[in-house]
Design a protein. Structure first.
Length: 461
């Protein structure tokens, strides 16, 4: 049995059975049979009807979904509610995007050999999809990894994070209530070894993985020939702050981007490079804003920052902060555990560039600030690691803004906004060691389909 615990006080929420190898085999066999029997495929109009009903059912249960996601994941109630609303909108986006799964005409007659022919493509479902999810958005990530497959016409097997499986299981029940036929979305709750067996099975056509870089790249190396994948890992989300930045608008954005969900977001603000002429004012304003944040039980509707996902993560963050301070970083605020499950929002000034907080994704409520004299030196440091995801620049000068955008190695750069900005219809992807493939509802749907070319030879007139 798997014990699902509340991250705040480690109280038991629920015990659920762990699936075994036979359950995984049954799920794969059923999904494979469904895909390879075209008479079982769900027509697009039926998919639209199912997803429309799914969105309506979710809309009638917003508070229930919010409490469940907050309880098991630790994200504060008010932020979990935003997640639920995003998830409902994601279902609607997928439903509306089904009509965009279309091919195109391919020109013929451009050479003598291609005379008297017509050609066009269609898009077909890629096949069996396996999705392995992360804990930090226990409902919305599940939407991105299951609804996209269903909308694309693929049977999907979803493995939620073992710390947050309940929102996933609840959502699969909603899909069934909305009319999704058996086998088209199957949840699997299992240990890591069995998850690897699931992901690397030759019957799998597409793997969607959100989580640890080490695990994701390893799984990719083990995939069966022909299996395509999308990997979404983390980054260090660098921010460049020019001396003309509007601090009154920037500070709330940086505080939100750095400490939302206790920093447990793959694009959380982690490294802020600040022109040395404004460092004192910026740090003073950030400290004041941070001290107003309420830390505690995620189910309290006034809480701004909840717990980390487990006490082990609190231990790790504390160790990294202490290491940075011992190596010369100046601790401006925070730096201590509040309990076994909560850590103070923390700012470190000029930590050593070789310390863990400078070289690895912190995934906790810690932001590092570095001073710079020249923008080039800041950009060089921002680009110095192998992880590259979202970044941002704050300046009133559009020329500087766009030059910085060009020079930052990132898949997305926000101008005058924090790095964690995201809407579910935009492309979302890591580059280099931060990931491969493109997320975002309609982008994932496109990746979960493939082209089929049809060429018609005409009779000569």
């Amino acid at each position: 049995m798997l014990k699902v615990l509340s991250p705040f006080d480690n109280s038991l929420i629920k015990e659920i059975p762990l699936d075994n190898a036979q359950k995984i085999e049954n799920a794969l066999a059923q999904a494979y049979r469904l895909f390879h029997n075209r008479s079982k495929w769900i027509p697009p109009y039926i998919r639209i009807e199912i997803l429309d009903k799914t969105a309506k059912l979710m809309s009638s249960r917003i508070d229930e979904l919010t409490i469940l996601a907050a309880k098991e994941g630790g994200k504060p109630y008010k932020d979990s509610k935003v997640e639920v609303l995003r998830a409902i909108n994601g279902v609607k986006i997928a439903m509306e995007s089904i009509a965009q799964l279309k091919g195109e005409q391919i020109p013929m007659g451009l050479t003598e050999a291609s005379q008297n022919r017509m050609a066009f493509t269609t898009r077909e479902p890629i096949g069996v999809v396996v999705s392995i999810s992360a804990f930090n958005h226990p409902l919305n990530l599940i939407i991105h990894q299951t609804v996209t497959a269903i909308a694309a016409g693929c049977p999907v097997i979803i493995k939620p994070a073992s710390t947050t499986p309940l929102s996933c299981l609840n959502f699969v029940d909603i899909l069934k209530e909305a009319g999704l036929p058996d086998g088209w979305c199957q949840p699997i709750v299992c240990k890591s070894k069995l998850a690897q067996k699931l992901a690397t099975d030759p019957r799998v056509n597409y793997l969607s993985f959100i989580g640890s870089s080490k695990i994701g790249w390893y799984l990719r190396s083990q995939l069966s020939p022909g299996t395509r994948c999308a990997l979404e890992h983390g980054g260090v989300a660098p921010v460049i702050v020019e001396k003309d930045a509007d601090l009154s608008k920037m500070i709330p954005a940086l505080v939100k981007g750095g400490f939302y969900h206790a920093g447990q977001v793959c694009v959380s603000v982690q490294k802020i490079f600040v022109n040395e002429s404004i460092i004192d004012r910026l740090t003073s304003d950030m400290i004041k804003a941070i001290k107003k944040l309420k830390i505690g039980n995620q189910l309290d509707k006034e809480t701004d920052i909840g717990p980390l996902i487990s006490p082990l993560e609190v231990d790790r963050v504390e160790q990294w902060v202490n290491e940075a301070v011992d190596a010369g970083a100046k601790l401006l605020v925070g730096g201590k555990r509040i309990s076994d499950t909560c850590f103070e929002p923390t700012i470190l000034l000029n930590p050593d560039t070789n310390s863990k907080v400078s070289t690895e994704e912190i995934f906790g409520p810690v932001v590092c600030i570095y001073t710079y004299k020249t923008r080039k030196s800041a950009i060089d440091l921002a680009n110095s690691l192998s992880v590259h995801f979202q970044a941002s620049v704050f300046t009133k000068n559009l020329d500087i803004a766009f030059k910085t955008v060009q020079k930052l190695n990132a898949s997305a750069v926000m101008i005058n906004d924090h790095t964690a900005f995201r809407v579910d219809w935009m492309p979302f992807q890591g580059r280099d060691t931060s990931g491969i493939g493109t997320g975002g509802i309609q982008y994932s749907m496109h990746e979960m389909t493939r082209d089929k070319l049809i060429v018609l030879k005409l009779e000569s007139s």
